[in-house]
Design a protein around this ligand. Structure first.
Ligand SMILES: [Zn+2]
Length: 98
């Protein structure tokens, strides 16, 4: 449950995917871009709730909690060259609570 005085934040579901031929699993420089983005996110008031990977499908899923879409774009926009990224605002399970 949200605290009464908690500032409004939006949850974003992010999905990155790339072609097997563009895989950066063994490319340290490209992996570093992801590591840097997560570190910058944490310093930019973006909470990375989940960061999970499907290596066989070359897909990465993130659940972020951020003050704005602009902040997400600012931090994770640096990954655009690594593959496709979809960023969808979502609601957590409390949406169904009565
Ligand atoms: Zn891959």
């Amino acid at each position: 449950m949200k605290q009464k005085n908690q500032l409004a934040r939006t949850i974003y579901h992010c999905e990155h995917k790339h072609k097997p031929s563009d895989c950066f699993g063994k490319n340290a420089a490209k992996k570093k871009l992801w590591i840097q983005a997560v570190k910058v996110a944490e310093k930019s008031d973006i909470k990375v709730r989940e960061f999970v990977i499907s290596p066989l499908e070359h897909r990465i899923f993130l659940i972020l909690e951020a003050p704005s879409f602009e902040s997400v774009e600012h931090v994770f926009g640096s990954l655009k060259t690594l593959g496709e990224m979809s960023i969808t605002p979502v609601l957590d399970g409390s949406f169904f609570e009565l």
